[in-house]
Ligand binder design. Structure first.
Ligand code: G6Q
Length: 561
């Protein structure tokens, strides 16, 4: 299907006409028309309640989106993904993250080979290793217990593990320290290691390719740091493990096969937090809880695979994202978890969504004639309320919001004095009130009725009609985290199917990996090299070299000339 065909589809055009009719209708009217709207425009699965009643849609919108999804072959594409077809067309491979959480005994064939036993063989090795470290049987080179875990990786080999560790910190072994090093900026490595005892530190080198510049550079720094303290090459075997698909490069680095945990080319980096890339998560929370997380992922997979689109959470979320971007003109989505433990969730989602759907051509390579992946961003509530929410409420842009909250806190803190209750009630009151305020706003008449001076009325008026979705669950558990991540993974896929793009490649990331390699030689050459870039790039290279080598600035911590 080409671009022209998507825009030419009768279902797409029907949505355009529909948007022209209802696009400017106010949420106040939608709610006034239908007292049962809250129940009608909500769905529930695997412990997640999805309220999309505050989206600017009516029953006809959902019907038309469903029709578009059918016309784009969404049910068939879902089946193809679960079957292990090579749906990542530009790299000619399956995108089979669902196999990572398939229970033992299920059968998923990739090129005729059942991958489920392979997945469980790796999980079993991870479990044996993790329990060995956590239980103190597997120790460091000097016999000390391994209390510190540093996971080195970047992008998909980092953002998921960091997010999961932060999200599940309440379940982690508090006698252990977990840190993550991703940036090639030496500060990242130095700050992560400065107060640690190498004899108690385990490094996990996470890299699918084991050729990524940042990760390999940091891995070598870790090796030197470890050997400088322990003084024996043999220490590498007790202090380094690798997670990769590239056994040859892992061996070249000096990590033996028994200390390598594998995964497969059909696992995309940003879809890998539940593969061996999640070894740090398992070390932190233990095998049983890691399995609970996988069960959560799997529950959402099954829901996605088997539920009609109109009640299917990932399908609804994906189709609403298409509606907001392509028919209401929104260019971003704010992700607002009212849960401190999810503080890295927006950063994780940025990669998942934008690396997947930031594409400009269809699967066949034709330019798209419509906007694709919106910009995802966000911060935990309530903090954001004291900063960027101003723009959400009164700015000129339409920013659909995803609110995420849990009914039970993992850290009850009673509120002192009047009203009582728990701080968690305050947190959730804010979440609920924000969605309401965004939707309904405050009219000039309401502002006047409060006795506000006429000159201030425009400033204090809120037009409302700003759409949001709220995801509510009982409690943040490993299982709930699995359901939430799978919800977004599949919602991204749904969007990609409608836009007819390959959500599983990342050629833009590959470009970055090549560019720096060419420039580094010019920065490190002993003599100033002949430069053949554009005038700006040439000058930046010259300036960098001059400033770096300027002894007067190097000698002072001040940035003054
Ligand atoms: C993810 C991307 C990218 C990748 C990193 C690290 O989907 O492909 O973010 O994860 O570039 O790659 P390696 O795991 O190969 O080091």
């Amino acid at each position: 299907m080409s671009t022209v065909e998507l825009a030419a589809r009768p279902q797409w055009q029907a949505l355009q006409r529909h948007a022209a009719q209802i696009g400017h209708r106010h949420l106040r009217e939608f709610f006034a028309d239908d007292p049962k709207r809250g129940e009608r425009f909500s769905a529930e699965a695997a412990g997640l309640y999805l309220d999309y009643a505050k989206q600017r849609v009516d029953a006809e919108t959902i019907g038309l989106l469903d029709a578009l999804a059918q016309a784009c072959g969404l049910p068939q594409r879902i089946a193809a993904m679960f079957r292990g077809d090579a749906i990542n067309t530009s790299e000619d491979r399956p995108a089979l993250h669902v196999a990572l959480r398939a229970p033992r005994g299920e059968k998923i064939l990739v090129r005729g080979h059942d991958v489920v036993p392979d997945v469980h063989a790796v999980l079993d090795r991870m479990a044996a290793f993790s329990e060995g470290v956590r239980g103190g049987e597997r120790r460091g080179h000097t016999g000390k217990r391994l209390r510190n875990v540093i996971s080195i990786g970047i992008g998909g080999s980092d953002l998921g593990p960091v997010m999961a560790y932060e999200a599940l910190r309440a379940y982690s072994d508090r006698d252990m320290t977990f840190r993550f090093v991703s940036n090639v900026d030496g500060t990242d490595f130095s700050e992560a290691t400065r107060d640690l005892d190498a004899a108690e530190t385990l490094f996990i080198i996470c890299s699918k390719t084991f050729t990524t510049l940042e990760t390999l550079t940091n891995a070598h720094a870790a090796r030197r740091w470890c050997l400088a303290a322990l003084g024996d090459e043999q220490a590498v075997a007790s202090h380094f493990v690798a997670v990769s698909t590239n056994a040859d490069e892992v061996a070249k680095f000096g990590i033996a096969a028994e200390n390598m945990f594998g995964f497969w080319d059909w696992v995309g980096g940003r879809y890998s937090m539940d593969s061996a890339i999640g070894l740090s998560t398992m070390l932190a929370i233990g095998t049983a809880r890691f399995e609970e997380m996988l069960a959560g992922f799997h529950a959402m997979d099954e829901h996605f695979r088997s539920t009609p689109l109109a009640r299917n959470l990932p399908a609804l979320m994906g189709l609403l994202a298409v509606w907001n971007s392509n028919f209401l003109g929104a260019t971003t989505v704010a992700v607002l978890p009212y849960e401190q433990y999810l503080k890295r969730f927006p950063a994780y989602l940025q990669q998942l969504t934008m690396e997947s759907n930031g594409k400009h051509v269809t699967r066949e390579g034709a330019p798209v004639g419509y906007s694709t992946g919106p910009i995802y961003w966000g911060e935990p509530g309530t903090n954001g309320q004291h900063s960027f929410y101003q723009l959400l409420h009164q700015g000129t842009r339409l920013v659909p919001c995803d609110f995420i909250g849990f009914a039970q806190t993992l850290n009850p803190v009673p509120v002192h004095g009047e009203g009582g209750g728990d701080q968690h009630d305050l947190l959730l009151a804010n979440l609920i009130a924000q969605g309401e305020a965004l939707a309904f706003g405050k009219t000039a008449a309401q502002v006047r009725a409060e006795g506000v001076a006429e000159a201030l009325v425009p400033h204090r008026t809120f037009e409302g009609n700003r759409p949001s979705t709220t995801i509510l669950a009982r409690r943040l558990t490993p299982y709930a985290l699995g359901t939430l991540v799978a919800l977004y993974e599949h919602s991204v896929f749904v969007q990609g199917v409608i836009w007819d793009i390959d959500s599983f490649d990342q050629w833009g990331v590959e470009l970055g990996k090549q560019l720096a390699k060419a420039t580094i030689a010019e920065l490190t050459a002993a003599e100033p090299p002949a430069l053949h870039h554009d005038g700006s790039t040439n000058e930046l290279i010259r300036r960098y070299r001059a400033l770096r080598d300027d002894a007067t600035t190097a000698a002072t911590t001040s940035n003054r000339p």
